[in-house]
Design a protein around this ligand. Structure first.
Ligand code: NOJ
Length: 721
């Protein structure tokens, strides 16, 4: 029975307390479409009765449309209130057709491409029965040791905000009841990416000023874009885990930002309040989380075991439970679930969309635009006339290149580099050699001689190295972020055998590449389903690299955390990068700059920044500044360039970053073509948090430049009145 106009208030008034609390619990799918006596996993230990199971509000991690339909059908037959269940999943960089990991996609500096990829994921996931995705992840990051940097857009708050808000719009569309749209859930609020020493789940201690300036804007941008759900993070922030952090949840989220959507905890985060040692028992944990606004409890038993009793003994007002249930039911109604509990779920459509040619083409284009040419000493692109190409390394014939969090993507559906090259050069001889494993503790070099022999006999070498895809993602932090195992040694041996060699990298984080002597390095990240085809496009010049890294690649792991927009110090280093300067802020034996900075990425063509013109040397709130930058393609390839605009506030009442990204635009230029990009700099863009944590701008002088990091192509000064 379609219940489009269901009266939620009335519905809630007819529900028992247990039925209401059940709406606030999320269990994974293996518990459903079964009876309470058959269930396994955590739910079995909680002693869930059929009454609870049959009225449960939502589930996560199910297989496909078929399973969704089965679970929902069973649920609709049994739930006495006829309330459909809501189906959630981590659709992070694709559902079945996988595009590059978010850190890679961010390197495209292309919100339109992000939109297109996200729409593709939304369509596939909606057909698979997904109603809500736990995306976007907009944690701001500075430490490449953290495995979850792969899910982020990197070390710039503005870029992270733009990409997060784009994903929200793309998933949700204008009308959530449209069966191709999903509700989005922004995460992990807040500052999960600030984990000490880059170790996952670790403590985060940050001043309110730094939090507001770097870490919070991206969550706020998603809320402003209308995101329906938010997930508090696992970590403690200044001593209090997010799910119980009243400053974060009540003061900032609800009061300042006026978020009215649904809050869902992370997996067992209420249970972890006990492990953190801030709740004595599960009753206290449930009380803390509920009182701080966590509507849905994911995968722990605090609400099931204690919320009813907390209401009945007068600790929690039942009205508050009704409000939380209302938020959950409102979302179900907006999604159109009351009208059609199965919504877009369709096994036929799910199958038809999965890896269809149109989607593969989007994934290939996304991989082409996300790859970053880190280094090129005249080696790339290779000629398509090569007779013999050696493809060497673990990732040569490896299809494990979709990366962590790739939903229902399958390794077997990813194109390997060797296969991509075989398809690109049908007439050439392609020889492959394994070399060595990428496991950190595997020191076996038996495959080196075969690899060296292959390199020697080939016209060119494509060396495919990297980290296994299980070395990044949740729980996968690394203390040493060089290429694991004997891969550095393999690279040296292969380059010595044949210097016409390009290194193709697969990685979920910035790596330390200081000791890699390959003349060219092309970073593919984890590129997804079309990885090998994309690598072949880029290596042989059918696509021109245009990605720019959004997270610094350190020279040594000891530089972490390292980020381009760091505050200035009282003792900056003035000497050359490799010279140690006494009594200055620097290291002995290692410069301050990363090996590759935020914004770096080469092309096969050359761009000349001809001019940067300012509309005035003075600006004000009423009179913004216009900046016109003219760029010419002076090389031989049609290519894309991301024009980046940065500024520095020279004097202010709190120490300012040495540079910060103000705006960017990606343009396409044919050989010989020039274009002028126009940016507007407003007073609002120049605001910062002062010592009282007020968001202000201060009059004074600013430097503005185009280029990136220490590569300033054009620079000017202006005054804010
Ligand atoms: C834990 C992760 O931290 C979060 O990102 C994810 O959405 C949930 N598990 C659900 O899978």
């Amino acid at each position: 029975m379609a219940r489009k106009n269901v009266n939620l208030k009335k519905l809630i008034s007819q529900m028992t307390l247990e039925q209401k609390v059940s709406q606030l619990i999320q269990l994974n799918a293996m518990n459903f479409a079964k009876s309470a006596t058959e269930i396994t996993g955590p739910a079995q230990q909680w002693g869930l009765s059929d009454e609870w199971l049959n009225t449960m509000g939502s589930t996560l991690n199910f297989a496909d449309a078929e399973e969704m339909i089965k679970i929902q059908k069973n649920h609709m037959e049994k739930d006495p209130n006829g309330i459909p269940m809501m189906f959630m999943m981590d659709v992070i960089h694709g559902y079945r057709t996988i595009y590059p990991i978010p850190l890679g996609l961010a390197a495209s500096f292309d919100p339109e491409l992000v939109y297109e990829c996200t729409r593709m994921a939304a369509k596939e996931a909606a057909a698979g029965g997904v109603n809500v995705t736990f995306t976007p992840m907009v944690d701001y990051v500075r430490d490449a040791r953290w495995g979850r940097v792969l899910e982020t857009a990197g070390e710039d708050p503005y870029l992270t905000s733009v990409i997060g808000a784009t994903q929200v719009r793309a998933f949700q569309g204008d009308d959530l009841s449209d069966k191709e749209n999903l509700a989005a859930c922004v995460k992990h609020y807040a500052a999960y990416g600030g984990a000490e020493a880059g170790r996952d789940y670790n403590t985060v201690e940050l001043s309110e000023r730094i939090l507001r300036e770097y870490y919070l804007p991206s969550y706020k941008a998603c809320i402003d874009a209308g995101v329906k759900m938010i997930m508090p993070s696992f970590n403690s922030l200044n001593g209090v885990p997010s799910a119980a952090n009243s400053w974060l949840m009540k003061q900032v989220l609800k009061k300042e930002w006026k978020f009215r959507g649904t809050v869902i905890t992370d997996y067992n985060a209420i249970g972890e309040l006990k492990t953190h040692g801030i709740a004595e028992n599960m009753r206290e944990a449930a009380k803390m989380a509920f009182e701080n606004g966590c509507d849905i409890e994911m995968m722990s038993n605090g609400y099931h075991d204690h919320l009813c009793e907390l209401v009945r003994d007068g600790t929690i007002d039942e009205k508050k439970v009704d409000e939380a249930v209302m938020r959950v039911l409102k979302l179900k109604k907006e999604l159109g679930l009351f009208d059609d509990p199965y919504r877009g779920a369709s096994p036929e459509r799910e199958k038809a969309l999965a890896l269809c040619p149109e989607h593969r083409a989007i994934a290939r284009r996304a991989a082409n635009e996300s790859a970053v040419l880190l280094k090129n000493e005249g080696v790339l692109p290779f000629s398509k006339d090569l007779k013999k190409v050696a493809v060497i390394g673990h990732f040569a014939e490896c299809n494990e290149i979709k990366g962590f969090w790739s939903c229902h993507g399958k390794d077997s559906e990813c194109v390997t580099v060797a296969d991509g090259i075989r398809a690109k050069l049908p007439g050439a001889e392609i020889i492959t050699a394994y070399g060595c494993s990428p496991l950190w503790n595997d020191k076996n070099t038996d495959g080196f001689s075969e690899a060296v022999a292959a390199a020697k006999e080939a016209d060119a070498v494509v060396l495919c190295l990297g980290e296994p895809q299980t070395y990044s993602g949740e729980g996968n932090s690394r203390a040493d972020i060089r290429l694991p195992g004997m891969q550095e040694e393999l690279a040296r041996a292969v380059v010595a055998a044949n210097p016409n060699c390009a290194l193709v990298l697969f990685n979920g984080r910035p790596l330390v590449l200081t000791d890699i002597n390959c003349p060219a390095i092309l970073d593919m990240w984890f590129p997804g389903s079309e990885g090998g085809n994309s690598a072949a496009d880029l290596l042989f010049g059918d696509a021109v690299p245009c990605g720019k890294i959004t997270m610094s690649f350190p020279k040594a792991v000891g530089q972490c955390p390292i980020y381009y927009n760091h505050p200035s110090t009282g003792r900056p280093k003035w000497t050359a990068e490799d010279v140690h300067q006494a009594y200055a802020s620097n290291y002995i034996g290692c410069g301050n700059l990363p090996l590759y900075s935020f914004g770096h990425g080469l092309s096969y063509t050359k761009f000349e920044y001809e001019s940067m013109e300012l509309s005035d040397t003075k600006m004000s709130a009423e009179k913004p500044l216009t900046v016109k930058i003219t760029v010419k393609n002076v090389g031989n390839y049609a290519a894309k360039e991301t024009v980046q605009l940065y500024f520095r506030d020279i004097y202010a009442s709190t120490v300012r970053p040495v540079q910060q990204l103000a705006a960017f635009e990606k343009i396409a230029l044919a050989p010989g073509e020039k274009k002028t990009v126009t940016f507007t700099v407003t007073e609002e863009m120049l605001r910062f948090y002062n010592a009282e944590c007020k968001h202000v701008s201060e009059a004074g002088e600013f430097v503005i430049f185009t280029g990136y990091a220490d590569h300033r192509y054009k620079e000017a000064r202006f005054f804010l009145k």
